[in-house]
Design a binder for this molecule. Sequence first.
Ligand code: ZN
Ligand code: FE
Length: 752
Amino acid sequence: MKKIQSYLIKVTGLVQGVGFRPFIYRLAKELQISGWVENRTDGVTILANTDQEGLDQFQQLILQMHPPASRIDQITAKKTDFFPCHQFIIKKSQAVAGQITAVSPDLAVCSACLEDIKKQKNRINYPFTNCTNCGPRFSIIKNIPYDRKNTSMHDFIMCPQCEAEYTNIENRRFHAQPNACSICGPQYQLVYQNQTITNMDAILSVTTTLLNTSGIMALKGMGGFNLICNAEDQQAVRKLRDLKKRDGKPFAVMFASLAGLKKYAQPADKEIELLTSVARPIVIIKSKTAGLPEEVCNGLHTIGAILPYMPIHYLLFEKSQLEAIVFTSGNFSSEPIIIHNHVAEQQLSQHCSAILEYNRTIINRCDDSVVQVVKNKTQIMRRARGYVPHAIPTALNTEGIFATGGELKTTFCLGKGQDGIFSQHIGDLKNADTFDAYQDAYNRLKMLFQFKPELVVTDLHQDFYAAQWAQQLGLPVIHAQHHHAHIAAAMAEFHLEEKVIGFAFDGIGLGTDHKIWGSEVLICDLLNFNRYSHLDYVLLPGLDQGAKEPWRMALSYLYKIFGKDLVNLDAPLLQQIKAQDQQLLVAILEQKINCIATSSMGRLFDAVAALCNICLIHTFEAEAPIRLENLADPQCYNEYSFHIDQTIKVYPMIEEILRDVQNQTPVAKIAAAFHNTVVRIMITLAKKIKNEYNINKVILSGGVFQNRFLLSRCYDFFLKEKFHLYVANQAPVNDGGLALGQLAIGAKQRSQ
Ligand code: ZN
Ligand code: FE
């Protein structure tokens, strides 16, 4: 005889807005369990009337079969007072004041929907097909709760068939808010040679012809426009390069399939997991030497690879028979990615063969995310589509704190409960358009998360758009130092509050002494930091030019060692630079005109790359360090000399590198030895601090740690020395992660 009892099951994780409750309902019905399921602030609660055996089976099946877009962190069950029910129901979720309404990130199309596109009536070749397991979410939401009327699907009235799916709990499209078919849903249109083509077959056939004849197309994606062309067609890729002329940044490539991708790149298991995840980010992976035209990766040994995530991508590949398309964001230089049809038509039509757009509005602009794997650990480099607006849990009371982020690769962070909610990547806040995008994103997230700002945390730098705007909100403002915030971001993610050793290495950040910092060795907790060491200051000649033209930094280092006699050195670099320019730069350094002292690690990488003659002027951000890393020989463990007193003196190393270059030592060896030396400097300082202060936890943060060679050497060496090493997985290590650190610093200060 079965002993039926009531059990309360709690499931936490990502269980809202991803078809979790209908799944529980269907499962309960199948197992003949009565009771209910309900959304709560912290997850889903289930009342199940069953016996012990039934309960075990229920829990096991929940764990095994939950919807692909959901994630279960924990599932617990306890007996409760018997509560008789006739059937199993989904309780209406009640909006509790202050409750975080879960908003799901956008999800890649699922395999069941891809099947439907092949054979289901009204959905054949219909590119807006979706279900509770897949499709747009964040990019189409205007307001909460997440109901169709609060999304840009509001404009489309469901046909009786879609309506029937939407209201049938047994159906995969039950309460799928963007549910649509070719009869009632959004439609693509191709703007081509002053015509507008609306028939899907015609669109695909014209598109196929264009892509196969070196055409460049603008394609409206999930969170904005992309520019695409055949990645195997050198002429097309060159055209696209020209179009983005000031930008030499390697292009991301979308591959038709994982099998196709493996022809050009060598993904590890963890990378495959990311490539095929519902977030479907761009994953930086090792490329194979032969393959795509040079212009795609611009000489780098890595490739930003991505797999299709919208039905339209699959359709384009299928019809065109292409294997790889260049997939880059539809914007120019530092402007935000284009989201509106009329803007795309205005700005892109003279450059593109055609524009493939659709008649549903993108509410929230969202770039493709970029991630990489180093030592089997994920690093998010650009946090956007597929990840935003997932909350990052901290161990601090963050409620009501608005962290503005910095100026480059900006994101901001809102504090809710103990969470940090990152905005999508917005870009460099250097122009009004980007700042508009920032304010839009702030207003939207504020509404979606019912956020009430009480405290603002921003950078020390008062000139930033965001910092100035923050001042006007009429709220208390805390200023967090840039590099302290870098370290604090990882502390928040790993729930660390004790003192740690922080290496914050990046390009630029304002210091408390008004100099440009960037190689900071900190002993810190969330409240305070002590700047234990840093690279000896050198002059950064011309703030912007100095950063864009690595040869200037190389000369600055040489000037520090040799004075104005540097012009007489036998250095291959100098042969590349006009005598006049050399003289001018020396004069600038002599008289300290338009120079600022910097301890930037990024600028040291620039100087070394220029000294090796591999990159004198950047054609994209961080090109010099990236090329240096790209060349470094992983078999080489040579190191150069350095000296540490009050500061880190790398001048002996610079002289040795100069000598190596003169002796025509292979750059691969020089580059490796340089990286090894930076790691040796870090180990030396970490051991000193450990001896003096007995601190064993080391955090690496700042854009420099996107360097795969450097980071993997750090893992090897620090672990060998028995340090506990922390590098953020969720928050970008570059300035895109600053906001979480600011949030944590603000939360800690407020709690004092
Ligand atoms: Zn689906
Ligand atoms: Fe930084």
